[in-house]
Every structure is written in structure tokens, then in C-alpha cells.
Design a binder for this molecule. Structure first.
Ligand code: NAP
Length: 346
């Protein structure tokens, strides 16, 4: 098997290297980034070529390509990879709402990846865990509405932003100052800021609209009433989401918890039973990197209908929220040796 990673030196690309070794051991890798160089990941050396080499007549052909580039470069390289014969999983926003391209969460709608499918879009890092937790509830009782508030880690913005954040955190906490006045009020270090990029006339940012529109597409629920508010918190890895939902048909807390801890009906979800959510944190996601963590399930205080609930969903944004889902999606075409990287749990 010949596998190509575009963006192999980035945060998501680096995670893909480890997962591919588990899913398809022995595969031949073709790695690309902005420029050629040698890299070392977990002590193993890799040769990276410049992505511009893909333009030439001697570009390597192959079976499967993961594209972990920004939107602009994805739009440029995905068509070329398809031309070279690869089946492509694209991690950017470029094709997610294209009606001709399936937007897939393994464990929710992976049946949309068929033998003839050549290009699949991987959803945003908040959408993947949210839809994994919502899909079983939606299948069983229907979901009428969802409100989500996200607390997103800095690594979601890529390696350069993460490095700036880590450096800023060090220098910001350097001075003994209980008010944190050493931090830049417009920066990420020591701060919580709105995830406000590309806020449009609706008043919602692109990150908020991704969560809304992608969830509707994945759950095949055009009528789903869903709203989101997103912010970034000073955490390196691990997105945390607070969710308020209303089911179409009444249920109970016990029914919801039983459903979400059933791996067959709620694939890739790990439930923390109980309202307090003890142990459910953004950093807990780095111990359970390939699952959506769900917990703090409880009925809303004033609900008398059995339809209104609160819960928390968290996930490692680099793994479940990005690389792991991409590998599980591709496992629909090329079965993975490691069962934890199959499209659904065995
Ligand atoms: N980080 C997350 O949590 C997350 C989650 C879900 C989806 N995504 C999406 O996944 C994609 C990658 O994210 P990331 O966090 O891995 O980004 P990243 O850490 O910033 O890495 C970006 C990659 O793109 C490469 N690149 C930059 N300019 C290029 C060019 N002109 N030609 C070819 N390659 C170029 C970089 O190579 P160099 O090292 O040579 O610059 C690097 O390998 C983005 O679309 C992002 O939105 C990210």
C-alpha cells in the first residue's frame, strides 16, 4: 500500500505517522510539506519532500492520501492527488459543505464511504466528538435542538500558534503577579478569547458556523435547531464542549447513560457516569486520545418533560478530532490491522 501525507510536518500530519504505522504496517510512505527536509518523529527518521514535487510528471502515484494543509493549499493539491490515483481524505474546510463530497465521522455516517468514493472531507475538531455523542441519541429519540459552548485548545490553530502560546505562557507566568498583567490581553497565553475569525453578518464566526452546518450534514438533520459559541482557552491540547439538548421524544437520564456507554450503539464514545464529571477534563482527552469523552449528563433543572438535558463532551483535537477520524474513515476502503482504528469497534 502506498500512502501519501501532505502536511506531514504539522501537528495533525505528525499524529498521522504514528496511526498509519498501527493501521497499515509496512505501507510505503510519501511525505510532503512546504519544503524538503529530514524529520524525526518518536525517534524514527522520515524524509519529507516539497509538495511542489507533486506537480511534476514523476510525482509518486499511490492508493491513499491524507491532506493536512490549510484550506488554500488543500484546494490546490487535492485535485492533483485524485489525478494521481489516490483516494483522498482532506482535513481542511475546503470540501466539507460540498454536496458532492461526503463529510464523514467514523462511527456515525461512515457508510457514506463507498468503493467508488474518491474524496472524503474530515469534519472540524469540535464537530467530530459532538456528533459522535449526539448521533446515538438522535437515532434513538430524535434531537430537536442543541446549544453548544466550546472551550478550544490552542493546538487547533496549528504548530506555529501552539509554539507562540507555549513561549508566551512561560514568559507570562515568569513574573509573580496574581492578576496576570504580564500577559498580552489580545493573545492566547493566560487568556480566554472569542474564537471570532471570519465573523460574518450573522454575527457568528466561521468556527461557530462550521459546528452548526457540519453537524446538520453529518446527522442528516437539516431541521436541527443548533447554535454555538466558541472560544479558545489557554490549554495546549483537548477541546471541551458544554452541550444543552432537547430530544424529540422523552427519555430518562438512566436511558441516556446506558446508551452512551454501549460501545456498539455509541461507537468511539467513552461515558463518564454521574453528574459531577470528576476526571472529565480537557487533559483527560490526552489519556483517551481516540475517543469522544462524554459525561456530566443531567436533566435540566426545570424540565418536566423528560426531553431536556445537559452534558459535556471532550476530545483530543489532534487525534479523535483530526488524525484518528481520518484514519478510521480510510479504514472503510482499506481495513486497518489495529481494530481500534477501524471505522467502527469490532
Ligand atoms: N490542529 C487541529 O487540532 C486540527 C483539527 C482538525 C483539523 N485541522 C485541520 O488540519 C489541517 C492541518 O492542521 P495542523 O494543525 O496540522 O497545521 P500545522 O501544524 O500548521 O501544519 C501545517 C502543514 O502544512 C504544511 N504547509 C504549509 N504551507 C505549505 C505549502 N505552501 N505547501 C505545502 N505544505 C505546506 C506545513 O509544512 P511546513 O512544516 O513545511 O511549513 C505543515 O506540514 C488544517 O486544515 C486544519 O484546519 C486541524
Amino acid at each position: 500500500m502506498e500512502i501519501c501525507i501532505l502536511g506531514a510536518t504539522g501537528l495533525v500530519g505528525t499524529e498521522l505517522l504514528g496511526l498509519i504505522a498501527r493501521a497499515w504496517p509496512g505501507a510505503t510512505l510519501h511525505l510532503f510539506a512546504s519544503r524538503a527536509r529530514k524529520i524525526s518523529v518518536a525517534g524514527a527518521p522520515f524524509v519529507v519532500r516539497a509538495a511542489s514535487d507533486l506537480e511534476g510528471g514523476d510525482a509518486p502515484r499511490g492508493d491513499l492520501a491524507f491532506v493536512a494543509l490549510d484550506d488554500h493549499h488543500s484546494a490546490h493539491y487535492c485535485p492533483r492527488l485524485l489525478e494521481l490515483g489516490y483516494r483522498v481524505v482532506d482535513k481542511s474546510n475546503t470540501y466539507r459543505l460540498d454536496p458532492h463530497v461526503p463529510l464523514v465521522v467514523a462511527g456515525v455516517n461512515h457508510s457514506e464511504v463507498r468503493e467508488g468514493t474518491r474524496l472524503v472531507a474530515n469534519p472540524n475538531c469540535t464537530t467530530i466528538p459532538l456528533t459522535l455523542a449526539l448521533a446515538p441519541i438522535h437515532r434513538r429519540w430524535g434531537i430537536a435542538s442543541v446549544q453548544v459552548s466550546t472551550y478550544q485548545a490552542i493546538s487547533g490553530a496549528g504548530a506555529a500558534t501552539l509554539d507562540t502560546f507555549l513561549e508566551g505562557s512561560k514568559t507570562g507566568y515568569d513574573r509573580a503577579d496574581r492578576l496576570g498583567s504580564n500577559f498580552d490581553p489580545s493573545g492566547y497565553a493566560g487568556n480566554v478569547v472569542p474564537h471570532a475569525g471570519n465573523t460574518d453578518d450573522s454575527g457568528f464566526s466561521s468556527e461557530e458556523l462550521k459546528l452548526v452546518r457540519e453537524s446538520r450534514k453529518i446527522l442528516a438533520a437539516d431541521d436541527l435547531s443548533i447554535s454555538a459559541q466558541c472560544c479558545r482557552v489557554p490549554v495546549a491540547v483537548g477541546h471541551y464542549e458544554q452541550v444543552w439538548l432537547t430530544t424529540k421524544r422523552p427519555t430518562s437520564l438512566e436511558n441516556l447513560e446506558t446508551l452512551l456507554e454501549d460501545g456498539a450503539r455509541s461507537p468511539w464514545v467513552k461515558l463518564w457516569r454521574g453528574a459531577s464529571g470528576e476526571g472529565l477534563s480537557s487533559l483527560a482527552t490526552t489519556q483517551h486520545r481516540d475517543h469522544a469523552l462524554a459525561g456530566r449528563m443531567r436533566p435540566q433543572l426545570d424540565d418536566t418533560t423528560g426531553t431536556q438535558y445537559c452534558m459535556t463532551v471532550a476530545a483530543d483535537n489532534l487525534r479523535l478530532g483530526a488524525a484518528t477520524n481520518a484514519v478510521r474513515v480510510a479504514a472503510s476502503w482499506f481495513p486497518a490491522v489495529d481494530p481500534s482504528l477501524a471505522a467502527t469497534p469490532s
